[in-house]
Design a protein around this ligand. Sequence first.
Ligand SMILES: *[C@@H]1O[C@H](CO)[C@@H](O)[C@H](O)[C@H]1NC(C)=O
Ligand SMILES: *[C@@H]1O[C@H](CO)[C@@H](O)[C@H](O)[C@H]1NC(C)=O
Ligand SMILES: *[C@@H]1O[C@H](CO)[C@@H](O)[C@H](O)[C@H]1NC(C)=O
Ligand SMILES: *[C@@H]1O[C@H](CO)[C@@H](O)[C@H](O)[C@H]1NC(C)=O
Ligand SMILES: *[C@@H]1O[C@H](CO)[C@@H](O)[C@H](O)[C@H]1NC(C)=O
Ligand SMILES: [Cu+2]
Length: 215
Amino acid sequence: MHASFLLAALLPTTFAHFILNYPTSLGFDDDRQSIGPCGGYDIVFGANDTNVTVESFAIASRSTHPQANWLFRATLSTAEPFNWTNLLPVVQQSGLGDFCIPSFSAPSSFVGQRGVLQIVQSAVDGNLYQCAAVNFVAGAQSGLPSQCTNGSSVTASLTSMTSLSGTSDNSTSPSASGSSSATSAAPSATSTQSSGATQLVGGLLAVMPAALLLL
Ligand SMILES: *[C@@H]1O[C@H](CO)[C@@H](O)[C@H](O)[C@H]1NC(C)=O
Ligand SMILES: *[C@@H]1O[C@H](CO)[C@@H](O)[C@H](O)[C@H]1NC(C)=O
Ligand SMILES: *[C@@H]1O[C@H](CO)[C@@H](O)[C@H](O)[C@H]1NC(C)=O
Ligand SMILES: *[C@@H]1O[C@H](CO)[C@@H](O)[C@H](O)[C@H]1NC(C)=O
Ligand SMILES: *[C@@H]1O[C@H](CO)[C@@H](O)[C@H](O)[C@H]1NC(C)=O
Ligand SMILES: [Cu+2]
């Protein structure tokens, strides 16, 4: 379901539910994006897989849905059971176009291993999936990837939800994994969306205690 005329005008580069722009996606097929865990793509590792610094890294997408809930997860598994680790509680986002959260963190125990980042978007078309095969490496990112920008009307905040309905959820929580973006440093790179960034970080700090109580 798309407001196709308007969106085609606003997003001329591609027409899709959502695109993962960073880290590099395992693959994108508009018609198969509803197939979990990776939008119809197999998990395969390659020489060009993105190196993801566990202390801070960005995930950049572009959405053609004006409102969506997002779930960001990571695992070292390549098959069921995936044992997903939530990187944040569910993020509620509105506004079309580029959407980048610049400061994820992953469990330090992932360092030195290959793994998968999964991005699930829940919007008018149901759950949609993209994955990136990555190398988890030590340290923090030095500067944001060029893809990490927000559309001018994009806003987002954390919810108290830890899963989306329909995602097979045997995930560990941010606190259980010992990883929490709440404790990671604020994004250091320049941003024209600083009030939005503050909103998300503020929301995170407000929501995390509640999220922890639910565990
Ligand atoms: C890896 O990236 C380089 C530079 O972008 C490209 O030339 C090469 O074809 C890529 N290799 C694979 C296997 O994708
Ligand atoms: C990841 O890091 C390794 C080791 O430093 C390097 O050889 C490789 O080119 C990096 N991969 C990418 C996609 O930047
Ligand atoms: C999730 O947990 C349920 C019950 O604990 C189990 O039956 C199921 O196989 C698990 N699924 C995965 C993908 O681990
Ligand atoms: C699941 O992931 C968590 C977090 O990385 C890890 O501590 C745990 O050992 C994993 N469990 C299995 C069965 O792989
Ligand atoms: C994009 O907006 C979100 C939500 O307001 C914010 O957390 C994030 O920092 C912004 N990204 C950039 C690159 O400014
Ligand atoms: Cu769509």
